[in-house]
Design a protein around this ligand. Structure first.
Ligand SMILES: Cc1cc2nc3c(=O)[nH]c(=O)nc-3n(C[C@H](O)[C@H](O)[C@H](O)COP(=O)(O)O)c2cc1C
Ligand SMILES: [Fe+2]
Ligand SMILES: [Fe+2]
Length: 405
């Protein structure tokens, strides 16, 4: 997709990366990701955020500039809202092509430009609230929003057109499939974009709910006609709607979640698996929505997105060497690292002689302030009685989620 003029004098010059690499070396992106750069053209020209040198993306960015009628040497300012390499890896080489461009970042960003990109010349730290006049009716205002997602993060606002360049905030996974704006999504594609936005939040931003909320509060009196994030769609149809979604996401972190359940299960030899069927019957009886993941087959990225959203978490895992089955313990560790607190939880699993999975789950639940309902540990193969009990306990758990106020 060539450069798109998103407002008079403002272009999207972003790059769609369709790579099977993991994002951050960690998160699958089967549908790719977009790295959104923007150009604001007054008498002076600014580029906001660059790209990673990834799967041809730096050449693509140069091509995008060309389609906007610009050469790198025309650039007067490089604005880096955030120095994570997905937006800055190209910085060192880009500076060679745009030698007179001044680099503007937060004071922390200036430090990171040095340590990550080796860029120290012609660099200036901008203050919170500082305004840069580009001439020709365009200017840029910088607002520091530390830890959305790194300590260096700022957002940039163009007051004349009321565009907010929001960096990682309001972004999502998924390369742009021929459209750029939220109001161009077909109803049947909405689910894809919103799901990938939630997964992005759960994987990348989840630990920063408080800074996200602070940033939203800080910008609440700013008139915004368009939100232009550094990944994913540009929000112009109803920018307020995506802000509302983010406020909701920030609430998920601490347990203000949807009345739905994530079921995570694993089994070495099939005993816990048999009970898993009964657990599903119990939940289904109560008509509560449930996402089901088999561990270790499912990727943590998708599990995290589901646990992040849902109030109820059911974890079925057998005992292994007096502890929990290791792949499930690893999933719990991922959840713990993202500090997803305040869930309701139910644990079940088979053991052979000592048990141990439940104890490990209890200390995990305590750490994250998860409220546990009566668990079900059973010895060896489940009896008919175990199966009935599993179904009833799961149904009671689901009712509790459904009817919570
Ligand atoms: C490698 C391995 C280690 C185990 N360690 C323990 C243990 O320390 N304590 C215990 O009570 N059972 C232990 N067990 C027994 C299992 O928990 C038991 O067989 C259980 O029924 C397995 O459930 P599953 O069929 O759902 O995998 C172990 C089993 C295996 C294969
Ligand atoms: Fe980032
Ligand atoms: Fe990013």
């Amino acid at each position: 997709m060539p450069a798109v003029e998103i407002k008079p004098g403002i272009w999207w010059v972003g790059v769609n990366v369709r790579s099977h690499d993991l994002f951050e070396g960690l998160w699958p992106i089967p549908d790719g990701v977009s790295l959104n750069s923007y150009v604001v053209k007054g008498e002076k020209v600014a580029i906001i955020d660059l790209v990673r040198e990834w799967s041809g993306s730096s050449s693509s960015l140069l091509h995008q500039l060309e389609t906007a009628g610009l050469a790198p040497s025309d650039i007067d300012y490089i604005i880096t809202n955030h120095l994570e390499p997905d937006h800055s890896e190209f910085l060192g080489n880009f500076r060679r092509l745009a030698p007179r461009a001044e680099l503007l970042a937060t004071p922390k960003g200036v430090e990171l430009a040095r340590v990550l990109c080796g860029v120290t010349e012609n660099v200036r730290a901008v203050q919170d609230g500082e305004q840069l006049d580009l001439g020709g009716g365009k200017s840029l205002v910088f607002a520091h929003v530390p830890f959305v997602h790194w300590p260096d993060t700022m957002v940039t606002y163009e007051p004349g057109s009321q565009v907010l360049f929001s960096c990682d905030a309001f972004g999502g996974f998924g390369a742009l499939k021929g459209i750029l704006f939220d109001d161009q999504i077909l109803p049947e594609d909405q689910e894809f974009y919103y799901r990938e936005m939630l997964r992005y939040y759960a994987n990348i931003v989840a630990n920063f709910a408080k800074p996200v909320q602070r940033a939203i509060d800080k910008l609440k009196d700013t008139s915004i006609s368009m939100i232009a994030p550094s990944h994913g769609l540009i929000w112009r149809g109803d920018p307020g709607e995506v802000v509302k979604r983010y406020v909701k996401f920030a609430g998920y972190s601490g347990g203000k979640c949807e009345k739905a359940i994530t079921l995570l299960w694993s089994s070495m030899y099939g005993n816990t698996k048999i009970v898993t069927d009964a657990i599903m019957r119990g939940v289904a009886r109560e008509n509560v929505h449930m996402d089901v993941f088999e561990v270790p087959l499912a990727d943590h990225s998708y599990i995290l997105a589901s646990v992040f959203k849902n109030k109820g978490v059911i974890v079925g895992a057998p005992t292994y060497e007096v502890k929990m089955f290791p792949p499930m313990a690893q999933v719990l560790n991922s959840i713990q690292r993202k500090r997803m607190t305040g869930r309701n939880a139910f644990h079940y699993g088979s053991y052979g002689w000592s048990g141990g999975a439940l104890q490990e789950f209890e200390s995990f639940a305590q750490e994250l302030k998860w409220e546990m309902s009566e668990p079900l540990e059973f010895r060896g193969a489940p009896t008919a009685e175990d199966l009935l009990k599993a179904e009833d306990l799961a149904a009671a758990f689901a009712r509790n989620i459904r009817d919570a106020t």
